[in-house]
Design a protein around this ligand. Structure first.
Ligand code: NI
Length: 196
């Protein structure tokens, strides 16, 4: 191979490496989009379950608590709004952090179901906006949230699992209050789904 051939080989190697890098960045973009989309789907599904519960409860039952030191379903909804706005809308999306955490637990019977649902729908919508199109480097960048140094990825895992955890608590409180009148969200109908 002469000099020209050597130069050609160098160009080919450089092109291959650029193609590889482009391929890698495309994969990273697909991966970071997938993380954001999965988090959005998880929030949407948990929100749907919360709505399913609240729709079955009366205005009083939404504010019921087993003792003064325990949270009502309404307080948990306000708490989820605060957490989601702090960890995702602010922590990932970059909005100002204006959370006043204690107010989430201190509030008493001043908001109606429709207002509570509207607040949590709005928090989820804003979180989904912050999660859409988050680049891979933002998922890896460390930022400070609620006194914790966390990557964007850790913030998303925290907020999504926190949201789902309290959602299940809301399901439990709804079932405790309604007993046999609770309408299940999911009833398996096929053997594959676990039907008896
Ligand atoms: Ni919590």
């Amino acid at each position: 191979m002469g000099q020209a051939g050597g130069a050609q080989a160098t160009v080919t190697t450089a092109l291959t490496s650029i193609e590889r890098e482009l391929g890698m960045s495309a994969t990273l973009e697909r991966l970071s989009n997938a993380v954001g989309n999965e988090a959005c789907d998880e929030l949407d599904d948990a929100l749907r379950v919360i709505q399913h519960c609240v729709n079955q409860l009366t205005e009083d039952q939404v504010w019921w608590r087993s003792s003064e030191s325990m949270n009502s379903v309404a307080n948990l909804m306000l708490h989820l709004c605060g957490n989601l706005r702090q960890w995702i809308v602010s922590g990932v999306g970059g909005a100002a952090d204006i959370r006043e955490r204690q107010r989430e637990f201190d509030q008493r019977s001043s908001a109606r179901k429709t207002d509570l649902i509207q607040q949590i729908e709005s928090a989820v919508a804003d979180a989904k906006m912050a999660l859409s199109g988050t680049p891979a480097e933002e998922l890896l960048r460390v930022r400070r949230i609620q006194g914790n140094d966390v990557t964007g990825m850790q913030a998303i895992f925290h907020a999504a699992s926190h949201f789902r955890g309290h959602t299940q608590e809301i399901v439990h409180m709804t079932r405790c209050q309604l007993g046999d009148f609770y309408a299940f969200d999911f009833i398996p109908t096929t053997a594959e789904q676990g039907a008896p």
